[in-house]
Design a protein around this ligand. Sequence first.
Ligand code: ADP
Ligand code: F6P
Length: 326
Amino acid sequence: MKKIAVLTSGGDAPGMNAAVRSVVRTATALGLDVYGIDRGYAGLLADEINVLTNRDVGGIILRGGTILKTARCMEFFHEENQRKGAEILKKYEIDGLVVIGGDGSVQGAEILSKLGIPTVTIPGTIDNDMHGTDQTIGHDTAVNEVVNAVSRIRDTASAHDRAALIEVMGRFAGNIALDAGLACGAEYILVPEVPFSREKLAQSLLAQLEQGRTNSIIICAEGADDGRVLSDWLHERTNIDICTTVLGFVQRGGGPSAVDSILASELGAAAVKALLEGKTAALVGMHDGKVRILDYDAADQEEKIFRKDRYELAGILGATQEQDHI
Ligand code: ADP
Ligand code: F6P
Protein backbone atom coordinates (compact mmCIF):
# COMPACT_ATOMS: atom_id res chain seq x y z
CA MET A 1 0.00 0.00 0.00
CA LYS A 2 1.47 3.31 -1.13
CA LYS A 3 -1.31 5.83 -1.54
CA ILE A 4 -4.47 6.44 0.43
CA ALA A 5 -7.22 9.05 0.15
CA VAL A 6 -9.53 10.65 2.69
CA LEU A 7 -12.91 12.35 2.33
CA THR A 8 -15.59 13.78 4.60
CA SER A 9 -19.24 13.15 3.74
CA GLY A 10 -22.79 13.84 4.98
CA GLY A 11 -23.41 16.37 7.76
CA ASP A 12 -20.19 17.95 9.04
CA ALA A 13 -19.25 17.42 12.67
CA PRO A 14 -16.75 19.14 14.98
CA GLY A 15 -13.64 16.98 15.03
CA MET A 16 -13.71 16.02 11.36
CA ASN A 17 -10.65 18.23 10.79
CA ALA A 18 -8.84 16.60 13.68
CA ALA A 19 -9.59 13.22 12.08
CA VAL A 20 -8.30 14.38 8.67
CA ARG A 21 -5.13 15.68 10.33
CA SER A 22 -4.63 12.39 12.14
CA VAL A 23 -5.12 10.37 8.94
CA VAL A 24 -2.63 12.51 7.02
CA ARG A 25 0.04 12.60 9.70
CA THR A 26 -0.26 8.91 10.63
CA ALA A 27 -0.10 7.88 6.98
CA THR A 28 2.85 10.16 6.30
CA ALA A 29 4.71 8.79 9.31
CA LEU A 30 4.13 5.29 7.94
CA GLY A 31 5.51 6.23 4.52
CA LEU A 32 2.25 6.61 2.60
CA ASP A 33 1.21 9.38 0.22
CA VAL A 34 -2.16 10.93 1.04
CA TYR A 35 -4.78 12.52 -1.19
CA GLY A 36 -7.69 14.63 0.00
CA ILE A 37 -10.97 14.37 -1.88
CA ASP A 38 -13.10 17.51 -1.67
CA ARG A 39 -16.89 17.52 -1.10
CA GLY A 40 -17.35 13.82 -0.28
CA TYR A 41 -18.61 11.57 -3.05
CA ALA A 42 -19.58 14.63 -5.12
CA GLY A 43 -15.93 15.72 -5.26
CA LEU A 44 -14.87 12.17 -6.05
CA LEU A 45 -17.12 12.10 -9.11
CA ALA A 46 -15.89 15.57 -10.11
CA ASP A 47 -12.25 14.44 -9.76
CA GLU A 48 -11.51 17.02 -7.04
CA ILE A 49 -8.53 15.16 -5.64
CA ASN A 50 -5.35 16.79 -4.32
CA VAL A 51 -2.20 15.72 -2.51
CA LEU A 52 -2.37 16.41 1.24
CA THR A 53 0.85 16.92 3.20
CA ASN A 54 1.54 17.32 6.89
CA ARG A 55 1.75 21.09 6.31
CA ASP A 56 -1.68 21.20 4.64
CA VAL A 57 -3.27 19.95 7.85
CA GLY A 58 -1.38 22.33 10.15
CA GLY A 59 -3.53 24.51 12.40
CA ILE A 60 -6.79 22.67 11.74
CA ILE A 61 -7.10 20.40 14.76
CA LEU A 62 -9.42 22.75 16.66
CA ARG A 63 -11.26 24.17 13.66
CA GLY A 64 -14.93 23.36 13.09
CA GLY A 65 -16.44 22.27 9.78
CA THR A 66 -14.17 20.34 7.44
CA ILE A 67 -11.33 21.69 5.31
CA LEU A 68 -12.21 19.02 2.74
CA LYS A 69 -15.80 20.33 2.58
CA THR A 70 -18.66 17.87 2.64
CA ALA A 71 -21.72 17.15 0.56
CA ARG A 72 -24.74 14.98 0.15
CA CYS A 73 -24.40 13.47 -3.32
CA MET A 74 -27.53 11.98 -4.88
CA GLU A 75 -25.61 10.93 -8.03
CA PHE A 76 -23.68 8.44 -5.94
CA PHE A 77 -26.83 6.36 -5.46
CA HIS A 78 -26.56 5.34 -9.14
CA GLU A 79 -24.50 2.32 -10.05
CA GLU A 80 -22.78 3.88 -13.06
CA ASN A 81 -21.55 6.76 -10.88
CA GLN A 82 -20.35 4.38 -8.18
CA ARG A 83 -18.29 2.55 -10.84
CA LYS A 84 -17.04 5.90 -12.11
CA GLY A 85 -15.92 6.81 -8.56
CA ALA A 86 -13.99 3.56 -8.20
CA GLU A 87 -12.35 4.08 -11.62
CA ILE A 88 -11.23 7.59 -10.66
CA LEU A 89 -9.62 6.24 -7.47
CA LYS A 90 -7.89 3.54 -9.51
CA LYS A 91 -6.65 6.16 -11.98
CA TYR A 92 -4.85 7.85 -9.06
CA GLU A 93 -3.57 4.41 -7.97
CA ILE A 94 -5.20 4.90 -4.59
CA ASP A 95 -4.90 1.70 -2.56
CA GLY A 96 -7.21 2.61 0.29
CA LEU A 97 -9.87 5.16 1.23
CA VAL A 98 -10.78 6.63 4.61
CA VAL A 99 -14.35 7.95 4.72
CA ILE A 100 -15.35 10.20 7.60
CA GLY A 101 -19.13 10.47 7.93
CA GLY A 102 -22.40 9.00 9.13
CA ASP A 103 -24.36 5.84 8.33
CA GLY A 104 -25.18 7.06 4.80
CA SER A 105 -21.51 7.64 4.07
CA VAL A 106 -20.76 4.11 5.32
CA GLN A 107 -23.10 2.76 2.63
CA GLY A 108 -21.21 4.64 -0.07
CA ALA A 109 -17.93 3.31 1.31
CA GLU A 110 -19.28 -0.23 1.37
CA ILE A 111 -20.14 0.01 -2.32
CA LEU A 112 -16.64 1.25 -3.17
CA SER A 113 -15.14 -1.63 -1.20
CA LYS A 114 -17.19 -4.07 -3.29
CA LEU A 115 -15.82 -2.36 -6.39
CA GLY A 116 -12.27 -3.19 -5.27
CA ILE A 117 -11.30 -0.09 -3.26
CA PRO A 118 -10.37 -0.99 0.32
CA THR A 119 -12.34 1.38 2.59
CA VAL A 120 -12.58 2.10 6.27
CA THR A 121 -14.99 4.57 7.81
CA ILE A 122 -14.57 6.84 10.81
CA PRO A 123 -17.93 7.69 12.44
CA GLY A 124 -18.59 11.41 12.28
CA THR A 125 -21.98 12.92 13.12
CA ILE A 126 -23.25 15.08 15.95
CA ASP A 127 -26.27 12.80 16.35
CA ASN A 128 -24.36 9.80 17.77
CA ASP A 129 -26.70 7.54 15.85
CA MET A 130 -24.48 5.05 14.07
CA HIS A 131 -24.46 1.29 14.07
CA GLY A 132 -21.32 -0.29 15.52
CA THR A 133 -19.92 2.48 17.72
CA ASP A 134 -20.71 3.90 21.15
CA GLN A 135 -19.42 7.32 20.18
CA THR A 136 -19.31 9.43 17.03
CA ILE A 137 -17.06 12.42 16.42
CA GLY A 138 -18.89 15.70 17.09
CA HIS A 139 -21.56 14.54 19.51
CA ASP A 140 -19.77 15.66 22.66
CA THR A 141 -19.18 19.12 21.21
CA ALA A 142 -22.81 19.51 20.15
CA VAL A 143 -24.03 18.41 23.58
CA ASN A 144 -21.76 20.96 25.27
CA GLU A 145 -23.10 23.67 22.98
CA VAL A 146 -26.67 22.80 23.97
CA VAL A 147 -25.79 22.70 27.67
CA ASN A 148 -24.19 26.16 27.47
CA ALA A 149 -27.23 27.55 25.68
CA VAL A 150 -29.70 26.00 28.13
CA SER A 151 -27.77 27.38 31.06
CA ARG A 152 -28.18 30.91 29.63
CA ILE A 153 -31.81 30.34 28.72
CA ARG A 154 -32.58 29.07 32.21
CA ASP A 155 -31.30 32.33 33.72
CA THR A 156 -33.61 34.51 31.69
CA ALA A 157 -36.55 32.09 31.92
CA SER A 158 -36.13 31.98 35.66
CA ALA A 159 -35.97 35.77 35.93
CA HIS A 160 -39.41 35.97 34.29
CA ASP A 161 -40.92 32.85 35.85
CA ARG A 162 -41.25 31.37 32.41
CA ALA A 163 -40.91 27.83 31.18
CA ALA A 164 -38.42 27.30 28.36
CA LEU A 165 -38.57 25.02 25.37
CA ILE A 166 -35.38 24.41 23.45
CA GLU A 167 -35.52 22.54 20.14
CA VAL A 168 -32.27 20.72 19.41
CA MET A 169 -30.99 18.77 16.40
CA GLY A 170 -31.74 15.13 15.84
CA ARG A 171 -34.18 14.38 13.06
CA PHE A 172 -34.15 10.65 13.68
CA ALA A 173 -32.19 10.32 16.93
CA GLY A 174 -32.68 11.87 20.34
CA ASN A 175 -29.16 11.50 21.71
CA ILE A 176 -28.33 15.21 21.67
CA ALA A 177 -31.56 16.00 23.52
CA LEU A 178 -31.06 13.15 25.96
CA ASP A 179 -27.41 13.76 26.83
CA ALA A 180 -27.79 17.53 27.02
CA GLY A 181 -31.02 17.17 28.99
CA LEU A 182 -29.39 14.93 31.56
CA ALA A 183 -26.32 17.17 31.74
CA CYS A 184 -28.30 20.33 32.43
CA GLY A 185 -31.10 18.88 34.53
CA ALA A 186 -33.98 19.44 32.11
CA GLU A 187 -37.41 18.61 33.50
CA TYR A 188 -38.63 17.19 30.18
CA ILE A 189 -36.74 15.49 27.36
CA LEU A 190 -38.65 14.72 24.18
CA VAL A 191 -37.01 12.31 21.75
CA PRO A 192 -38.16 10.49 18.61
CA GLU A 193 -37.40 7.13 20.25
CA VAL A 194 -40.11 7.62 22.91
CA PRO A 195 -43.53 8.82 21.72
CA PHE A 196 -45.10 11.43 23.99
CA SER A 197 -48.52 12.99 24.44
CA ARG A 198 -48.84 16.79 24.18
CA GLU A 199 -51.86 16.66 26.44
CA LYS A 200 -50.01 14.74 29.17
CA LEU A 201 -47.08 17.13 28.89
CA ALA A 202 -49.46 20.08 29.34
CA GLN A 203 -51.02 18.46 32.42
CA SER A 204 -47.60 17.70 33.87
CA LEU A 205 -46.45 21.31 33.37
CA LEU A 206 -49.56 22.52 35.18
CA ALA A 207 -48.92 20.07 38.01
CA GLN A 208 -45.32 21.31 38.26
CA LEU A 209 -46.54 24.89 38.38
CA GLU A 210 -48.89 23.96 41.19
CA GLN A 211 -45.88 22.66 43.13
CA GLY A 212 -44.13 26.00 42.63
CA ARG A 213 -41.88 25.16 39.71
CA THR A 214 -42.22 28.12 37.39
CA ASN A 215 -39.33 27.60 35.01
CA SER A 216 -39.45 24.05 33.72
CA ILE A 217 -37.02 23.26 30.92
CA ILE A 218 -38.26 21.19 27.99
CA ILE A 219 -35.63 19.92 25.58
CA CYS A 220 -37.23 18.75 22.38
CA ALA A 221 -35.36 16.90 19.62
CA GLU A 222 -36.50 18.16 16.22
CA GLY A 223 -37.57 14.60 15.37
CA ALA A 224 -39.93 14.45 18.39
CA ASP A 225 -41.95 17.57 17.59
CA ASP A 226 -41.68 21.00 16.03
CA GLY A 227 -40.48 23.21 18.88
CA ARG A 228 -42.39 26.36 17.94
CA VAL A 229 -45.62 24.54 17.13
CA LEU A 230 -45.45 22.59 20.38
CA SER A 231 -44.71 25.72 22.37
CA ASP A 232 -47.70 27.57 20.88
CA TRP A 233 -49.92 24.57 21.52
CA LEU A 234 -48.79 24.29 25.15
CA HIS A 235 -49.33 28.00 25.72
CA GLU A 236 -52.87 27.83 24.33
CA ARG A 237 -53.65 24.78 26.41
CA THR A 238 -52.14 25.88 29.73
CA ASN A 239 -51.68 29.65 29.50
CA ILE A 240 -48.13 29.10 30.76
CA ASP A 241 -45.62 31.60 29.39
CA ILE A 242 -42.97 29.64 27.50
CA CYS A 243 -39.88 31.11 25.88
CA THR A 244 -38.88 29.12 22.83
CA THR A 245 -35.47 28.71 21.23
CA VAL A 246 -34.66 26.69 18.12
CA LEU A 247 -30.92 26.20 18.46
CA GLY A 248 -30.23 25.03 14.90
CA PHE A 249 -26.81 25.02 13.31
CA VAL A 250 -24.87 26.55 16.21
CA GLN A 251 -24.88 22.96 17.46
CA ARG A 252 -22.99 21.70 14.44
CA GLY A 253 -20.38 24.40 13.89
CA GLY A 254 -17.50 25.40 16.13
CA GLY A 255 -14.29 23.73 17.16
CA PRO A 256 -14.34 20.30 18.79
CA SER A 257 -14.30 19.70 22.52
CA ALA A 258 -11.21 18.01 23.91
CA VAL A 259 -13.19 14.74 23.97
CA ASP A 260 -13.96 14.97 20.25
CA SER A 261 -10.48 16.13 19.31
CA ILE A 262 -8.93 13.18 21.14
CA LEU A 263 -11.50 10.74 19.72
CA ALA A 264 -10.88 11.99 16.18
CA SER A 265 -7.11 11.78 16.60
CA GLU A 266 -7.31 8.19 17.84
CA LEU A 267 -9.78 7.02 15.22
CA GLY A 268 -7.88 8.69 12.37
CA ALA A 269 -4.68 6.86 13.30
CA ALA A 270 -6.53 3.57 13.79
CA ALA A 271 -8.16 3.89 10.36
CA VAL A 272 -4.81 4.22 8.58
CA LYS A 273 -3.36 1.27 10.48
CA ALA A 274 -6.44 -0.81 9.68
CA LEU A 275 -5.97 -0.16 5.95
CA LEU A 276 -2.30 -1.09 6.21
CA GLU A 277 -3.27 -4.34 7.94
CA GLY A 278 -5.41 -5.17 4.94
CA LYS A 279 -8.78 -4.39 6.50
CA THR A 280 -11.57 -3.28 4.22
CA ALA A 281 -15.31 -2.63 4.54
CA ALA A 282 -14.78 -1.84 8.21
CA LEU A 283 -15.86 0.81 10.70
CA VAL A 284 -13.29 2.17 13.13
CA GLY A 285 -15.39 2.97 16.18
CA MET A 286 -15.39 2.92 19.97
CA HIS A 287 -16.74 0.20 22.18
CA ASP A 288 -16.49 0.16 25.98
CA GLY A 289 -13.90 2.94 25.86
CA LYS A 290 -11.62 1.18 23.38
CA VAL A 291 -11.04 1.55 19.65
CA ARG A 292 -12.72 -1.30 17.80
CA ILE A 293 -12.62 -2.24 14.14
CA LEU A 294 -15.79 -3.90 12.99
CA ASP A 295 -16.85 -5.13 9.54
CA TYR A 296 -19.70 -3.06 8.13
CA ASP A 297 -21.90 -6.18 8.17
CA ALA A 298 -21.20 -6.83 11.85
CA ALA A 299 -21.68 -3.14 12.69
CA ASP A 300 -25.02 -3.20 10.92
CA GLN A 301 -26.21 -5.99 13.22
CA GLU A 302 -25.70 -3.79 16.28
CA GLU A 303 -28.45 -1.54 17.57
CA LYS A 304 -27.87 2.19 17.34
CA ILE A 305 -27.11 3.73 20.71
CA PHE A 306 -30.05 5.08 22.68
CA ARG A 307 -29.43 5.03 26.41
CA LYS A 308 -32.85 4.15 27.81
CA ASP A 309 -31.25 3.97 31.27
CA ARG A 310 -30.10 7.59 30.86
CA TYR A 311 -33.57 8.58 29.74
CA GLU A 312 -35.09 7.03 32.85
CA LEU A 313 -32.49 8.61 35.10
CA ALA A 314 -33.15 12.03 33.57
CA GLY A 315 -36.85 11.54 34.36
CA ILE A 316 -36.11 10.75 38.00
CA LEU A 317 -33.61 13.58 38.45
CA GLY A 318 -35.86 16.06 36.70
CA ALA A 319 -38.39 15.24 39.41
CA THR A 320 -41.04 14.47 36.84
CA GLN A 321 -40.27 10.84 37.54
CA GLU A 322 -43.78 9.73 37.00
CA GLN A 323 -42.89 10.34 33.32
CA ASP A 324 -46.44 11.53 33.07
CA HIS A 325 -45.84 13.40 29.83
CA ILE A 326 -45.54 10.16 27.87
P1 ADP B 1 -24.48 10.74 6.71
O1 ADP B 1 -23.25 10.11 6.18
O2 ADP B 1 -24.20 11.89 7.63
O3 ADP B 1 -25.45 9.72 7.27
P2 ADP B 1 -26.13 10.93 4.32
O4 ADP B 1 -27.08 9.86 4.75
O5 ADP B 1 -26.69 12.13 3.66
O6 ADP B 1 -25.23 11.48 5.51
O7 ADP B 1 -25.09 10.24 3.33
C1 ADP B 1 -24.01 10.97 2.79
C2 ADP B 1 -23.79 10.57 1.37
O8 ADP B 1 -23.41 9.19 1.31
C3 ADP B 1 -25.02 10.64 0.46
O9 ADP B 1 -25.28 11.94 0.01
C4 ADP B 1 -24.58 9.74 -0.68
O10 ADP B 1 -23.66 10.39 -1.52
C5 ADP B 1 -23.84 8.63 0.08
N1 ADP B 1 -24.78 7.52 0.32
C6 ADP B 1 -25.69 7.41 1.32
N2 ADP B 1 -26.39 6.27 1.21
C7 ADP B 1 -25.94 5.64 0.11
C8 ADP B 1 -26.28 4.43 -0.56
N3 ADP B 1 -27.24 3.62 -0.11
N4 ADP B 1 -25.60 4.12 -1.68
C9 ADP B 1 -24.63 4.92 -2.15
N5 ADP B 1 -24.26 6.07 -1.57
C10 ADP B 1 -24.90 6.44 -0.46
O1 F6P C 1 -25.67 16.20 11.23
C1 F6P C 1 -26.86 15.61 11.68
C2 F6P C 1 -27.98 16.59 11.54
O2 F6P C 1 -27.53 17.72 12.21
C3 F6P C 1 -29.34 16.20 12.07
O3 F6P C 1 -29.50 16.27 13.43
C4 F6P C 1 -30.22 17.14 11.32
O4 F6P C 1 -31.52 16.66 11.21
C5 F6P C 1 -29.56 17.22 9.99
O5 F6P C 1 -28.19 16.93 10.21
C6 F6P C 1 -29.75 18.51 9.30
O6 F6P C 1 -28.73 18.71 8.37
P1 F6P C 1 -28.89 19.33 6.92
O7 F6P C 1 -29.74 20.53 7.08
O8 F6P C 1 -27.50 19.62 6.52
O9 F6P C 1 -29.54 18.27 6.09
